[in-house]
Design a protein around this ligand. Structure first.
Ligand SMILES: [Zn+2]
Length: 162
């Protein structure tokens, strides 16, 4: 299911494949926020939509610094990461009306980290029934086309506290 063809996703994957090293270090250096799904750039952290989402609106708050360990994060990064997560939750509530959220950090491959070695906080909107097989299959089918639309909606709705 992850290999379903979509022109948009193929463009993203080819862009990501051209990225040597860590995408969370490289993406913010480029001036391609819309193509790379970057929603917001803060002082110490940025917000990016997950290109391989569990659910629509699945995003990540990522420190700019390449830090592998949660305990290696500085106070300013911890504060901004969590405040941005709250601001994103507000934007997701306003645009997508989820029934709940999962927030979490996977540390290390064994824990499911897709980008190992660069800490990132997942924010995943949840809807009742979204783990139902047919719902999941349906969303996987439509998600790749919808990602740029999701990006535009959230970009519009995201209000970051000063
Ligand atoms: Zn990195």
């Amino acid at each position: 299911m992850e290999t379903l063809y979509s022109p948009w996703r193929m463009a993203y994957i080819s862009s990501a494949e051209k990225t040597p090293g860590c995408i969370f270090c490289e993406f913010p250096k480029r001036n391609e926020d819309e193509a790379l799904l970057i929603l917001h750039r803060g002082k110490t952290c940025f917000v990016i939509l997950n290109a391989f989402p569990y659910n629509p609106g699945h995003l990540m708050v990522v420190p700019y610094r390449h830090v592998a360990d949660y305990e290696g994060l500085q106070d300013a990064e911890l504060l901004e990461m969590n405040r941005l997560a709250g601001d994103c939750i507000a934007a997701l509530k306003a645009t997508m009306v989820p029934h709940g959220f999962n927030m979490g950090i996977n540390l290390g491959r064994i824990a499911g980290a897709g980008v190992d070695g660069h800490v990132h906080l997942h924010v995943v909107p949840r809807w009742s029934g979204d783990t139902n097989f047919t719902t999941v299959v349906g969303q996987i089918r439509v998600l790749p086309e919808a990602l740029p639309v999701t990006w535009a909606k959230l970009k519009e709705a995201l209000v970051v506290r000063g």
